[in-house]
Design a protein around this ligand. Structure first.
Ligand SMILES: NC(=O)c1ccc[n+]([C@@H]2O[C@H](COP(=O)([O-])OP(=O)(O)OC[C@H]3O[C@@H](n4cnc5c(N)ncnc54)[C@H](O)[C@@H]3O)[C@@H](O)[C@H]2O)c1
Length: 417
């Protein structure tokens, strides 16, 4: 059914109350029972062999391998990378020799793989994910799903029950985020209309490059995040996680994006901005606002979810609820503390309310990536559809690509369906 027709069919009051999700995809996601989710993310007794090939065992790729090796039955059977030192690093991590390929196509051509992990720079994702899916292998693809909307659409279309796609939005599996969002969707902080994301760091985002680098090739390979050919900058690398969570909470993808940014601090030849600002518009006037800087770490990485009855603070480690204080009754006119007041002024002021908040209590929550990877192997073994599936990846890719377009063109752009 058409998404907009579906929307019209929903009861407006139920949507406004946050009881029903606002897109067909969200409705479908909600229909998946919690029992199925629990089955995916729980440790399994199944240890049947699963052979994995990894394309791009760099920094994130090795982290994924570390987590894959924790799942009984998983073997890293092959790797592809254009940077030779990666193979020795991977062998050391695995404790055995992994078949090495310089060309990722040779890895995809192997007949002995059940699933392929793609953890290369963003500009390469579709080039590698698409043939991997078309070869009938399940794919764990790092975020952002793709560099263009067309590529993201093609990945969404190529994935299905025979070739599953799971995107690297591991926070979909994070126990404290799942618990907190379930409470928000149950109405704990009232109607949520605004979400603000901060991702602040105080470093130049550079990685060391070997001194012997003829033609600057290694600079581009290692510091790919700083160059437009491979990267959509801070919006993709950091913002995509927040945008995915905003889509999740609002139960919809945005309809429009505004963006800006500049190179303010690091005039070192980079092409991607060192600070960015994004506003995403959602149905019913809801908004997500993202800001990222690289020369001040005060805010760290945090999301604020603002509802009519309270707020939720989400970080990489925890979730905390704050509740709106009781509304102060406005005095029409009178004298307070020697000042004549009117309806628009009260001596109480508009100070932020502070206090410890109420943390979401969980006993020993596991790392989100550990769960996401275990869930992926569960899906490979059972054919279950991943929680962070192609629809999830597509939604956040839409946000990233269109917000970046808005940043470059300095105007509001439409986000297609
Ligand atoms: N989900 C998360 O929290 C998370 C965290 C960090 C990075 N990531 C994502 O993971 C991806 C990789 O990031 P990274 O920090 O590991 O980068 P990285 O540079 O450390 O690793 C990328 C690897 O890909 C290799 N590579 C480059 N071109 C290749 C090609 N043509 N064929 C095969 N291999 C090639 C590089 O040599 C390198 O080993 C990015 O998409 C990034 O956004 C996700």
């Amino acid at each position: 059914m058409d998404r907009r027709l579906f929307l019209q069919g929903l009861s407006a009051s139920a949507v406004a109350a946050g009881v029903l999700p606002v897109t067909a995809a969200a409705a479908e996601a909600q229909e998946r029972s919690e029992a199925d989710v629990a089955k995916q993310i729980a440790a399994s007794k199944d240890s049947s062999p699963v052979r994995i090939g990894i394309i791009g065992p760099g920094s994130r790729g090795k982290e994924l391998v570390r987590n894959l090796l924790r799942v009984p039955g998983v073997k890293i059977a092959a790797a592809a990378d254009v940077y030779e030192p990666r193979f020795a690093q991977l062998n050391e991590l695995c404790g055995y020799e992994v078949a090495a390929h310089k060309d990722f196509r040779a890895l995809i051509d192997r007949k002995d793989l059940d699933a392929i992990v793609v953890a290369t720079p963003l500009g390469l994702h579709a080039t590698q994910v698409l043939p991997a899916l078309k070869s009938g292998r399940h794919v764990y693809g790092e975020k952002t799903m793709a560099y263009t909307v067309e590529e993201a659409r093609a990945i969404r279309e190529a994935s299905g029950s025979k070739a599953l796609y799971q995107v690297g939005h591991q926070y979909r599996y994070s126990p404290w985020i799942r618990a907190a969002i379930a409470r928000v969707q149950a109405g704990e902080i009232g109607d949520v209309t605004h979400i603000a994301g901060y991702w602040f760091r105080n470093n130049d985002w550079r990685r060391p490059v070997p001194a012997d680098d003829p033609g600057g090739k290694l600079e581009h390979l290692i510091n790919w995040r700083l160059y437009n050919q491979w990267s959509l900058g801070l919006i993709a690398e950091l913002g995509s996680h927040h945008m995915d969570i905003a889509n999740w909470i609002f139960g919809a993808n945005p309809t429009a994006a505004m963006g800006s940014g500049s190179i303010c601090r690091y005039h070192d030849g980079r092409e991607t901005d060192d600070n960015v600002q994004v506003v995403l518009s959602y149905p019913q006037g809801k908004r997500f606002i993202f800001t990222s800087t690289t020369d001040n770490a005060k805010m760290g990485d945090q999301l604020w979810v603002y509802g009519s009855k309270g707020s939720l603070n989400l970080t990489l480690e925890d979730a905390t609820f704050f509740y709106e204080p009781a509304k102060v009754k406005r005095v029409a006119t009178g004298v307070e503390k020697g000042v004549t007041t009117s309806a628009s002024y009260q001596a109480g002021g508009e100070m932020p309310y502070r206090g410890p908040g109420k943390p979401v209590e969980l006993k020993d929550p596991e790392d989100a990536t550990t769960i996401a990877i275990r869930a992926f192997i569960h899906c490979v073994r059972t054919g279950d559809r991943p929680i962070a599936d192609a629809e999830v990846g597509y939604g956040s890719a839409l946000c990233v690509v269109q917000a970046d377009k808005a940043r470059r063109e300095r105007r509001e752009v439409e986000v297609p369906a």
